[in-house]
Design a protein around this ligand. Structure first.
Ligand SMILES: NC(=O)c1ccc[n+]([C@@H]2O[C@H](COP(=O)([O-])OP(=O)(O)OC[C@H]3O[C@@H](n4cnc5c(N)ncnc54)[C@H](O)[C@@H]3O)[C@@H](O)[C@H]2O)c1
Length: 473
């Protein structure tokens, strides 16, 4: 099948590449000329495991093409996917300007084709968009184009960091559509996928996407909110989550991981988006309003919590491990680092950061940050370490080396990467999210010079459960 993809971002690029991999002829268009130039050289503008290899292979097979011209993209396309950005506007509503512009671009391009090329086209909204968008897209396109077409909603559920695998093996495919012609095209397109297809009307498909993201974000705010209480009463949020997931009504895959609060390009904007859409219809989505409130509070408390551990951060050297909003991506949109780093800098801290893949993009975002080529260099002479992203490579780093390198062995692990008992035994002042603190029993606020350290011998671990050690959240 001939496919056009409008918008070559995280969703459009992965979707287009996977459809090419399945044997379709795909052409991706983007208004960002630098991105297209990079892609034409076979280079991926984003980090996504497995994606670069697939792009190279499908370009070589002449199944995957890139352009900045909408006309070139849509000329032969039977299916036109719209995967442009739909960010939050300042008031929390969904900024639909890219969607409107892309629809105008598509309408104009189709209208400029000679009549023999004006065959039936299926326009597919893959972007996350408010209910009613399919109708608006139809109206925008028909202001320029009089030929035969239909607009379908086919929301995307891929997760960054696992986008290739999610796109190839989706849990489900949702298609909102009322036209028998486009339904047949979509069925044909998705035939190679081993996943249930749920056909709905367009409005329901548009709603399923917001409902799914809202529910996942709600799970995160729920478990983070509960973590505050866990810390007060000495319960362990990790075990609470494990215990909950054993209930089949909740499920093993439930999204109940306590952390620094959700971020990324979807949950924050989609929660605000659906609350705003509901308000426009006179509906107060109280639960989801609070999901956003809890997430913001949780994020705002991260730096004060670090200060509870180490005192004022002014003039101190704070190391940050993990800048991306989650592992296996270089996406920094609404990442915890975007709240934490400016807050630490405003309080006078000197930031030393490491992220395995997001550093290049971070350089454009954060000013006056010292970037390091590996996690050990980032913590050298640090007065504290904050772990903001749970990259696998952090799990097995040598704690003795870490402690020797740091000026003060203070760690605030917002991803619960390490075990509190082990960290206390290693002599760290260690706090995490929703788990009781274990006191080392020794004053570790300032590290002794490496040469004088006898390490484990000096720091006899004395784990105790103490009220004083329980964080005041
Ligand atoms: N990122 C995710 O994990 C994810 C997952 C599911 C759904 N979504 C949704 O998919 C949509 C796209 O998200 P994304 O993260 O890929 O966005 P993105 O910002 O990475 O990519 C959007 C691309 O569209 C391009 N664009 C904008 N206007 C254009 C136009 N008129 N013509 C051609 N290209 C144009 C931009 O230059 C950009 O490259 C959003 O609605 C998002 O909510 C995202």
């Amino acid at each position: 099948m001939n496919i056009a993809i409008i918008g070559t971002g995280y969703v459009g690029l992965v979707t287009g590449t996977i459809f090419a991999e399945l044997g379709n002829n795909v052409i991706c268009v983007d208004i960002n000329a630098a991105k297209i130039a990079l892609l034409r050289e076979g280079k991926s503008p984003i980090y996504e495991p497995g994606l670069a290899e697939l792009i190279t292979r499908n370009i070589a097979a002449s199944r995957l093409h890139f352009t900045t011209e909408h006309l070139e993209a849509v000329r032969e396309a039977q299916v036109i996917f719209n995967a442009v950005d739909t960010p939050s506007a300042d008031d929390g509503s969904v900024d639909m300007s890219s969607m409107r512009a892309a629809s105008t671009d598509v309408g104009r391009a189709l209208a400029s084709l000679p009549s023999e090329q004006q065959f039936f086209r299926v326009i597919v909204n893959k972007s996350t968009v408010p209910v009613g968008t399919a109708n608006q897209v139809r109206e925008i396109i028909s202001t320029n184009y009089r030929g035969d077409f239909d607009v379908v909603s086919n929301p995307e559920f891929l997760r960054e960091g696992q986008a290739v695998s999610d796109c190839l093996h989706p849990d489900r495919i949702v298609i909102g559509d009322g036209h028998p012609g486009s339904r047949a095209v979509m069925e044909e397109l998705y035939r190679p996928f081993d996943a249930p297809i749920l056909f709905t009307d367009v409005q329901t498909a548009e709603m399923i996407k917001y409902a799914s993201n809202s529910f996942l974000a709600m799970s995160i705010s729920f478990i983070n909110n509960l973590s505050w209480l866990c810390e007060k009463v000495g319960a362990d949020i990790e075990k609470v989550s494990e215990g909950m997931k054993l209930d089949r009504r909740i499920g093993k895959q439930a999204f109940l991981a306590a952390g620094p609060g959700y971020g990324g390009s979807c949950f924050p904007k989609d929660i605000r988006g659906i609350v705003s859409i509901a308000a426009d219809h006179g509906v107060d989505l109280k639960v989801l309003r609070m999901v956003d409130v809890v997430n913001n509070e949780h994020r705002q408390l991260l730096v004060p919590r670090l200060e509870e551990l180490m005192g004022s951060v002014a003039g101190k050297r704070v190391a940050i491990w993990g800048l991306a909003f989650k592992p296996e991506t270089d996406d920094l949109r609404d990442a915890a680092s975007t709240t934490v780093i400016p807050a630490l800098q405003a309080k006078g801290a000197e930031i030393h950061a490491f992220d395995p893949v997001a550093q290049e993009k971070a350089r454009e975002l954060f000013k006056d940050v010292n970037y390091h080529p590996n996690p050990y260099e980032a913590i050298t002479d640090a007065d504290a370490l904050m772990i903001l992203t749970e990259w696998n490579e952090f799990i097995s780093l040598d704690k003795v080396t870490m402690k020797k390198l740091m000026r003060a062995p203070v760690i605030f692990d917002t991803r619960n990467v390490y075990e509190p008992h082990e960290m206390a035994a290693e002599g760290f002042t260690y706090a995490s999210i929703g788990r009781p603190r274990v006191d080392t029993g020794v004053n570790t606020s300032v590290n002794v010079p490496i040469s004088a350290t006898t390490d484990t011998a000096t720091l006899t671990p004395q784990p105790v459960w103490s009220d004083a050690a329980t964080p005041r959240f």
